[in-house]
Design a protein around this ligand. Structure first.
Ligand code: GDP
Length: 354
C-alpha cells in the first residue's frame, strides 16, 4: 500500500459530445466543492477544481466510507473536451489519470462520444460513463442532489422502465465499442466492467454516485501508479500562456508530480531551446471572501501535486501550451533541459496521430 502522506490527488478530465452536459456537470461538481466545504476544506486552483475527500464523504452521507479510501480528493480540470485531454500530457501519457464520459441518455451516442471512447482506450485511462439528463425522461420527478438509488425509488414504475430502456441502449452502444458495461450499482468488478451512472447534471441527481465511482477508480489507479507522489522536484504541464496586467506573460500550470516552490529554477518547453527561468511568484485565485483586494490572485510559497497554479517568471513569452515544466537544480539543469526537449519532440510527433 502507498505511503498515505505522499499520495497525490488524481486528475480527472470530462469528455463527451457537445451539448451533452460536460460544463453543467463540472459546474455542479464545483458547486458541491464550494457549498459543502467547511472553512479551509476548499483550495482554489488555477484551471482546475479540487474536491477534497471529506467533502465527497459528506456528500455520500456514510462516514464509515472514510476508511475505505486513501485518496486525498479529486482534481477536476476545468476545461472539458477531448482536445484538453489529448493536448495535456504528462510524461508518457495523458495528464488526466481518470475521465468521465458524458452522454445524453435521450440522444445517445454522437461522433464525439465515439471519439472520446477511442482516445481513452488508446491511453488506457480508467473512466466512468455518465448517462446525463435523466430529468428529461418523460414523467421524471426531480429530487435535487439525491443519490441515484434514492431518486430512482421515488419514480413511478413506468418512468423507471423508461430509464432502464434508455440506459440499456447506452450500454448496448458501449458493447458495440468493445466495452463491457453495466449500471454502476450492478457492477461487481470495475476492472472488467465499465460503470454507467444515470445523472442529471442540472438537478444534481446521481452526482454523489459519480464521485464515489471515481474514488473507487482513483484508488485502483493509485495502487498501480505509486511513482507519482506529492514529494520531490515538481513536474507539470502548461495549460495556457497568459498575459496578465502588471505581470507580463504568465503560465497556468497543472502540477502532476512533486512540489514547486517560489524561487525554484524551472525548465519549460518552447518551440526552440527550452526556457530556463526562476519562479518569481506562485499565484492562486483569491477566495470569494477576499475579493476586496485589487488583484485576483494571491501569492503562495509552494504548491504540491496535484494542483493548478499560475507562475510568474521572467522570459515566459515563448512557452508552449501543452508542454512540460520541470523543476531543476544547478546539478540537474542540463539533464532536465534535454529531457524537456525530448518530451516536446515526442508530443509533436505523437499529436500528428490524434
Ligand atoms: P457541453 O457542451 O457538453 O459542455 O454541454 P453544456 O453543459 O453546455 O449543456 C448543454 C445544454 O444542456 C445546456 O443548455 C444545459 O443547461 C443543458 N443540460 C446539461 N445537463 C442537463 C441535465 O442534466 N438536464 C437538463 N434538462 N439539461 C441539461
Amino acid at each position: 500500500m502507498a505511503d498515505k502522506k505522499n499520495l497525490r490527488t488524481p486528475i480527472v478530465c470530462v469528455m463527451g459530445h457537445v451539448d451533452h452536459g460536460k460544463t453543467t456537470l463540472l459546474d455542479k461538481i464545483r458547486g458541491t466543492a464550494i457549498v459543502s466545504g467547511e472553512a479551509g476544506a476548499i483550495t482554489q486552483h488555477i484551471g482546475a477544481t479540487e474536491v477534497p475527500i471529506d467533502v465527497i464523504i459528506n456528500k455520500l452521507g456514510d462516514p464509515r466510507l472514510r476508511d475505505r479510501f486513501i485518496v486525498p480528493g479529486l482534481l477536476f480540470i476545468d476545461t472539458p473536451g477531448h482536445h484538453a485531454f489529448t493536448t495535456l500530457r504528462s510524461r508518457g501519457g495523458a495528464l488526466a489519470d481518470l475521465a468521465i464520459v458524458v452522454v445524453d441518455i435521450n440522444e445517445g451516442f454522437k461522433p464525439q462520444t465515439y471519439e472520446s471512447l477511442q482516445i481513452l482506450k488508446r491511453f488506457k485511462t480508467p473512466f466512468v460513463v455518465v448517462a446525463n439528463k435523466i430529468d428529461r425522461i418523460g414523467g421524471w420527478v426531480s429530487q435535487k442532489d439525491l443519490p441515484f438509488a434514492a431518486t430512482f425509488k421515488k419514480q413511478s414504475e413506468d418512468v423507471q422502465a423508461r430509464l432502464e430502456t434508455k440506459l440499456y441502449e447506452v450500454i448496448g452502444e458501449l458493447y458495440n465499442q468493445g466495452f463491457a458495461a453495466e449500471r454502476y450499482d450492478r457492477v461487481t468488478n470495475f476492472q472488467k466492467t465499465l460503470g454507467v451512472v444515470p445523472v442529471s447534471a442540472m438537478t444534481g441527481e446521481g452526482i454523489p454516485d459519480v464521485l464515489m465511482v471515481l474514488l473507487g477508480l482513483a484508488q485502483k489507479f493509485l495502487e498501480a501508479n505509486l511513482h507519482y507522489s506529492a514529494k520531490g522536484p515538481g513536474v507539470g504541464t502548461v495549460l495556457e500562456v497568459k498575459e496578465e496586467k502588471g505581470l507580463g506573460a504568465t503560465l497556468d500550470v497543472i502540477l502532476y508530480d512533486g512540489t514547486l516552490k517560489k524561487g525554484d529554477t524551472v525548465v519549460i518547453g518552447s518551440l526552440g531551446k527550452p526556457i530556463q527561468t526562476k519562479v518569481r511568484a506562485l499565484l492562486k485565485p483569491r477566495e470569494l471572501s477576499e475579493m476586496r483586494y485589487e488583484s485576483k490572485f494571491k501569492q503562495v510559497n509552494k504548491v504540491t501535486a496535484a494542483a493548478g497554479v499560475k507562475i510568474s517568471a521572467p522570459g515566459l513569452e515563448g512557452a508552449l501550451a501543452g508542454s512540460p515544466i520541470r523543476v531543476a537544480t544547478e546539478e540537474t539543469l542540463d539533464e532536465i533541459a534535454a529531457q524537456v526537449k525530448s518530451e516536446i519532440d515526442e508530443v509533436r510527433i505523437d499529436t500528428g496521430s490524434v
